[in-house]
Design a protein around this ligand. Structure first.
Ligand code: FAD
Ligand code: NAD
Length: 468
């Protein structure tokens, strides 16, 4: 048994980043994780690396390339004989990326002298963790404990996860393209994985309970997104209530109600993507007195400290954006506070991205939030239709919108367009550093780039765009 300064439970983007930063700050650190992959091997990286961010983006990129070969190559003057789609090869590429990156985390642990332990952790007292692997138990002692156990998919009645009805994990591993694919939930996972399988040839229907499309997104951007996604062939049914799910051997039948009454659809596969819930099971939280809120999240203060002063919690297991970069930022703050600094968390300028094509990205306040709070604001926007680089990329769709206060401070940036996930960084910098839109006007943006649309959106606040 070794005594540690810090024991981190969970090696997702929250936990492994915490462990590395703690070690960099001179703290003797161990990271415990229980993840075993389908090849029965330990795989560091959590949900994000194993069944989330990275595999979904790998398949988004593969399917985007496939669709571009089919639909766009000819317009570039490239003749393509129809290529055979090899789904197992696509999945193998994705799995190679996962294992390379997971081994990369092991390498980072070695480099930074973080000890790594495979097993399921239970906190038995405020300085003691019992770790179980294959029935063997090991005790870890630590001054500070960081809980970074993440989240698991939420479920709905009647939809037992198996071969035909799947959550994100199964939806990243279909061995062949389903003919008819149903998805429950038009949120981030529904849209991203729906896009993957639609591009590869599935007929995709998404059943969404709420009548508004992407309610957290700026209304103007969400409206544009819905129009584009429908034109791509995603059948998005809003305001539907799923009332029954029957799983036959050959198909899954879903009964739902909407404004026009009751209807039934049959699918070869059904993805359930209705949100995620915090993972706190078997952690021993009741024993040590770590408080949970009414929805099962661990309660923390702005320093990510739980109700037990030497136990911290970060990422998806606590309330807040369920995003990898948020979990990592929490981890850095915790590590630095444990090392005696006084850092706190602020999600004001956190970027959100939906990796459809075009992508959607935003940071800061939406227009409706400003209206609801009676904050007067200025607005500038610019369509990618008037951006040369977007045309060169064959994606002159969407817009960039900047919202500022009356004195010019940037309050929100909203993008639907090519590479929005990269473009949003300029918005994050402006919001977090409280820059004015005039600072964006004063910056020189390279030509020809998509960032010129950023410049033009700022110019639009003063009604002086050049290219429109
Ligand atoms: P996790 O990544 O869930 O890691 C928790 C770890 O704790 C796991 O490895 C688990 O094995 C371990 N663990 C749990 N309990 C125990 C225990 N008792 N003992 C030992 N170990 C334990 N976010 C983005 O920002 N960008 C994206 O593009 C994105 N795409 C996503 C796509 C999908 C399909 C999904 C499902 C999620 C996506 N997310 C994305 C969300 C992102 O994956 C999560 O926000 C992020 O993984 C949370 O990190 P975490 O460290 O809090 O938890
Ligand atoms: P989500 O909250 O984004 O969307 C869930 C959707 O399901 C919502 O629109 C909700 O109204 C709907 N819904 C809930 N119950 C329903 C029901 N019974 N019938 C029909 N619709 C129903 O959740 P998600 O898509 O499952 O993703 C989970 C989390 O993972 C998100 O919080 C997100 O932050 C994270 N994630 C992030 C990314 C990214 O950053 N690009 C990608 C994937 C996942």
């Amino acid at each position: 048994m070794t005594n540690y300064d810090v024991a981190v439970i969970g090696a997702g983007p929250g936990g492994y980043v915490t462990a590395i930063r703690c070690a960099q700050l001179g703290l003797k650190t161990i990271c415990i994780d229980k993840w075993i992959n389908t090849q029965n091997k330990a795989s560091l990286g959590g949900t994000c690396l194993n069944v989330g961010c990275i595999p979904s983006k790998a398949l988004l990129d593969s399917s985007h390339l496939y669709e571009a070969c089919k639909e766009e190559a000819a317009s570039h003057g490239i003749g393509m004989t129809p290529g055979k789609l090899d789904v197992p090869a696509m999945l193998a590429r994705k799995n190679t990326i996962i294992s390379q990156m997971s081994q990369g985390i092991s390498g980072l642990f070695k480099k930074n002298k973080v000890d790594s332990l495979l097993g399921s952790a239970t906190i038995v007292d405020k300085n003691t963790i019992e770790v179980t692997t294959d029935g063997n138990k090991e005790i870890v002692k630590a001054e500070k404990i960081v809980i970074a156990t993440g989240s698991v998919p939420a479920q709905i009645p009647g939809a037992t996860i198996e071969k035909s009805i799947v959550d994100n994990e199964g939806a990243l591993d279909f061995e062949a393209v389903p003919g008819d694919l149903g998805i429950i939930g038009a949120g981030v996972i529904g849209l991203e994985l729906g896009s993957v399988w639609r591009r590869l040839g599935a007929n995709v229907t998404i059943l969404e309970m709420v009548a508004d499309f992407l309610p957290a997104v700026d209304r103007e951007i969400a409206k544009e997104a819905l129009k584009i996604f429908k034109s791509q062939g995603l059948d998005i049914k809003l305001g539907t209530k799923v009332t029954d799910i029957e799983n036959d051997d050959d198909y899954v039948s879903v009964t739902y109600e909407d404004q026009s009454g009751e209807d039934e659809l049959e699918f070869e596969k059904l993805i359930v993507a209705v949100g995620r819930k915090p993972l706190t099971e078997n952690l021993g939280l009741e024993t040590v007195g770590v408080e949970l809120d009414d929805r099962g999240y661990i309660v923390v203060n702005k320093q990510c400290q739980t109700s037990v002063d030497n136990i911290y919690a970060i990422g998806d297991v606590t309330r807040g954006p369920m995003l990898a970069h948020r979990a990592s930022k929490d981890g850095i703050v915790v590590a630095e506070n444990i090392a005696g600094k006084n850092k706190s968390i602020d999600y004001q300028s956190i970027p959100w991205v939906i990796y459809t094509w075009p992508e959607i990205a935003w940071a800061g306040a939406t227009e409706q939030e400003l209206k609801d709070k009676s904050i007067s604001y200025k607005k500038g926007k610019f369509p990618f239709l008037a951006n040369g680089r977007a045309h060169a990329m064959n994606c002159a769709k969407g817009m960039i919108k900047i919202l500022s206060s009356e004195d010019g401070t940037v309050l929100g940036v909203h993008i639907i367009g090519p590479n929005a996930s990269e473009l949003i960084s300029e918005g994050v910098a402006a919001i977090s550093k409280k820059l004015s839109y005039t600072d964006i006007i004063d910056e020189i943006h390279a030509h020809p780039t998509l960032t010129e649309a950023f410049h033009e959106a700022a110019l639009d606040i003063e009604n002086r765009t050049i290219h429109i």
